[in-house]
Design a protein around this ligand. Sequence first.
Ligand code: UD1
Length: 421
Amino acid sequence: MQHFEIVGGNRLKGTIPISGSKNAALPIMAASILVEGETVLHNVPDLADVRQLQILLGRLGVKAERDESGAMHLRVEDEMNTHAEYELVSKMRASVCVMGPLLAKRKRAQVSMPGGCAIGDRPIDLHVQGLQALGADFEFVNGDVLLRVKKLAGADIFLGGPFGASVTATANVMMAASLAAGHTIIESAACEPEVVDLANYLNACGAQITGQGTPQIAVEGVETLTGTEHRVIPDRIEAGTFMISAALTNGDLELEGGRIEHLRAVVDRLRQVGVIVERAEKGIAVSSARRLEPVQITTQPYPGFPTDLQAQAMALLCLADGNSMITEKVFPDRFLHVGELNRMGAHLRKAGPTVMIEGVKKLVGAPVMASDLRASAALILAGLIAKGTTRVHRVYHIDRGYEAIERKLAGVGANIRRRDD
Ligand code: UD1
């Protein structure tokens, strides 16, 4: 196994290119199951999760390969298999995105229940309810969800859950409805830019989707979808993580390709903290020269503050001049980083879904480990400013969702190295 070794204290200065969005690329890759002919995707990040989905798609008869330029070509070659097995699904939750496409195109989808993960139970009841509303029969078979249908039919579907809209459930239902007979309304749909990107891709393939980016999506079913060329949107979570790295190190970064309009809630909170965030010619400019003010943050579905930046924001607020508070309203158990940040000298106290953050003057380097992607990112950020050396173990979590993070950070002055354990 590998770890990152970080010697804190360097000011970050320069330009970081923002990669394509992981959470947009994965459902769009899954959507290729629906499509006749070839899809060519540009800006697909080179990540462990993407490679994992390529393997699953391969098992499902979809050839998914990159050319020399890095573009990914996807083409269905065999429609026999409709089973996404535990061995693959358990490695990556987003595998659940094949459920809607398999059902719509092959009339049968057997997908292993993803099970619990480090950030909570993560049920898939909304996915199943939405697909049942389109006419699918549902049963459990050996820990798998089995959905079958003769012909999907459009329906009015309410997709809100106890924690609001679901991103991948909206994706699954929207993909299935694209090939259903008639008109579908998805009410309480997720508004995330990644859902909009998927809808734009499907529309370019011939789907008739409107309302993407709002809580009500309308889909007029079509007979066939035809492959197209599409460029995946930039990763707003990666951009947000690097924005926070600039804020923490008194840095001055330009995030090339970053879209400020996808990060309004984050920009709002960072400006409250005293960080300077501006639209730049090629993306987003972030600098910070003043002291950090404490703030309150509540995570919410888009356009609210993203849960995928909660851990990183906590690393920042550890060093604010006063007491901050973060409340998690999307995944109330997502606090694996709290204990690790405390080991680096933070003063954090968790009470239910809220963490009270008492700002400290400095963090100190330590060996740390986190068991999810964004928590690991938060520990790297803390390491960038901590006194001494921090070792962040279990690098494979980071490799799931950040493309070449150590190269990007080292390129703007961070002292970070990947090492074998
Ligand atoms: C997606 C993102 C993930 C992000 C999350 C929230 C991808 C591949 N992953 O995950 O990075 O953290 O959105 O922005 O895009 N829920 C239910 N029933 C369901 C489904 C979800 O109750 O059937 C609940 C969840 O437990 C959670 C909330 O709804 O509390 C939102 O989860 P959801 O939007 O579904 O997350 P994902 O789509 O899995």
